[in-house]
Design a protein around this ligand. Structure first.
Ligand code: C5P
Ligand code: C5P
Length: 468
């Protein structure tokens, strides 16, 4: 998978992209027997849901198939007679897609294309945009199918899920977002970014805050209850437990500034404190108290569905199917527990491997969660954000699954985890890739392989970050 971004100044062509996206969308919607093949995370689910909805609007049923990754083995599970719509998969594996005998194939993706190809596709990289920040698969799918009248809500959720809203949106995401704002589909506020503003009680909201970890509060519900009381923030009203959004504006502001002051007093890194507040996206047409109300909470809910092997529930929740949201909430509980346990494990077991922190989660952390744990650990405030976090896990087939997470800042300094994963995996006949800021790899799990792989990651990251 190619990960190197163009070094020449980019001149992105938004109009060209929009035109091609519409052509691709119209072409795909003429399929008679479609199958949507999608990736497992929030962006994979939202892009698949957008495609499914577009087919529905044309009176066609388009079943969906989730793949954790597209490789020779998983490709065998794709029925050869279907017309395929790939979302959030395929761009990095165009050789494989070319080899499939299916009558028609289209790839809607934002990963860097692995090669030139005649496969019908839409990819922001072909129009000089950066797929890590300018467009995700969901926004790409929205551009393909917007002519059917689809709202951009799921596009926004997908972009937030892929963490593309770093200080606001940019590129094609921004164009989509602006249109949603103009149509009153989304409200944009500056608020606390912490998870759980819609659905958590205030005590849980603080107790489970890991981005950043608030010493003395995170993990201690009693201390959180005392803190709220001391700050004069009510936790109950009219016999009901209050969430953050249940507070009035004055109370919210009071809590937000108390938390920020607390974080400063506890010596939390200033940069992490500044990141506690930022752009928050709220959908006015969604009911109060529902995860669907806020892009970040909805994206977390969908990640939970995909990463716990329940994509149908996630897609159902995207499409507003009866009961799906409630089932998704149960999965979210499971997901957050798994992530919390992963962070606890990392706290005790992560090692400083020089060029990166290593979480060896083999046998403890599942392959679908390891990337999320790496990201949460990186942003937890428990480690300095001067080097990336690499995590190891084992997948169902017994192969090693590695994930890496860094920050935009580190990428500006030269970090490219996609390149590191690709090179290191290739050294051991595995395959890897992804974005500069978030990437992964799969390889045979022999001890020599793992050693060689980690050594290579170290070498590449050292060169990228000029550590030697
Ligand atoms: O396959 P895909 O490119 O959509 O996956 C990107 C993954 O990387 C997502 O799960 C997203 O949450 C994660 N990510 C991250 N930090 C970033 C950007 C993306 O953890 N800054
Ligand atoms: O699996 P994880 O969430 O860590 O993946 C992060 C990013 O790396 C995703 O964009 C994913 O598509 C990419 N990846 C890849 N090749 C792999 C594993 C992950 O390109 N073998």
């Amino acid at each position: 998978m190619q990960t190197t971004l163009p070094t020449a100044p980019r001149s992105p062509d938004a109009d060209g992209f929009e035109k091609k996206a519409r052509q691709i969308g119209e072409w795909a919607l003429a399929f008679q027997d479609p199958l949507i093949v999608h990736h497992l995370d929030c962006d994979g689910l939202t892009s698949a849901a957008l495609a499914k909805k577009a087919f529905q609007l044309k009176g066609k049923n388009a079943p969906t198939l989730m793949l954790k990754k597209l490789d020779d083995a998983s490709a065998k599970s794709i029925p050869p007679d279907k017309e395929l719509v790939f979302t959030d998969l395929g761009a990095g594996q165009l050789e494989l897609v070319e080899g499939m005998s299916n009558p028609k194939k289209v790839v809607i993706d934002h990963h860097p294309p692995s090669k030139d190809s005649d496969i019908e596709r839409i990819n922001c990289h072909d129009f000089e945009f950066d797929g890590a920040v300018d467009a995700c698969s969901a926004s790409t799918a929205w551009y393909c199918f917007r002519h059917t009248g689809l709202s951009a809500q799921l596009g926004i959720v997908g972009a937030v899920g892929d963490m593309q809203d770093q200080n606001g949106f940019q590129g094609l995401n921004q164009r989509m977002f602006q249109e949603a704002v103009n149509q009153g589909q989304v409200l944009h506020t500056n608020d606390l970014k912490l998870f759980g503003k819609v659905t958590r009680s205030l005590v849980s909201f603080l107790t489970y805050c890991t981005e950043p970890v608030l010493p003395g509060l995170t993990g201690d519900d009693k201390a959180c209850a005392v803190f709220l009381k001391n700050e004069g923030v009510p936790t109950y009203r009219d016999g009901k437990t209050l969430s953050y959004y249940g507070l009035n504006v004055f109370e919210r502001k009071k809590l937000a500034s108390a938390l920020i002051q607390y974080a400063y007093a506890q010596g939390v890194e200033e940069k992490l404190i500044r990141q506690m507040v930022g752009d928050v996206y709220v959908f006015p047409f969604e009911p109060e108290g529902s995860e669907r109300k806020e892009a970040y909470e909805f994206s977390t809910l969908l990640n939970a569905c995909g990463r716990h092997d329940a994509p149908q529930i996630g897609i159902g929740a995207c499409l507003g199917q009866d009961g799906a949201l409630q089932q998704a909430q149960d999965l979210l509980k499971k997901h957050r527990l798994a992530v919390r346990q992963g962070i606890e494990f990392a706290k005790k077991n992560a090692v400083d491997a020089g060029a990166f922190y290593l979480i060896d989660g083999r046998g403890t952390i599942s392959d679908t969660i390891i990337g999320v744990v790496c990201g949460a650990y990186f942003s937890s405030g428990l480690v300095q954000r001067t080097k990336p976090v690499i995590g190891l896990s084992v997948d169902e087939q017994g192969a090693l699954k590695a994930s890496g997470r860094g920050s935009k800042d580190l990428c500006t300094q030269g970090l490219d985890l996609g390149e590191a994963m690709k090179k290191a995996a290739e050294d051991v006949q595995g395959f890897g890739g992804g974005h500069a800021v978030a990437a992964g790899a799969s390889l045979d799990a022999t001890p020599e392989n793992v050693k060689t792989f980690l050594k290579k990651i170290k070498q590449v990251v050292e060169v990228q970050l000029q550590l030697r």
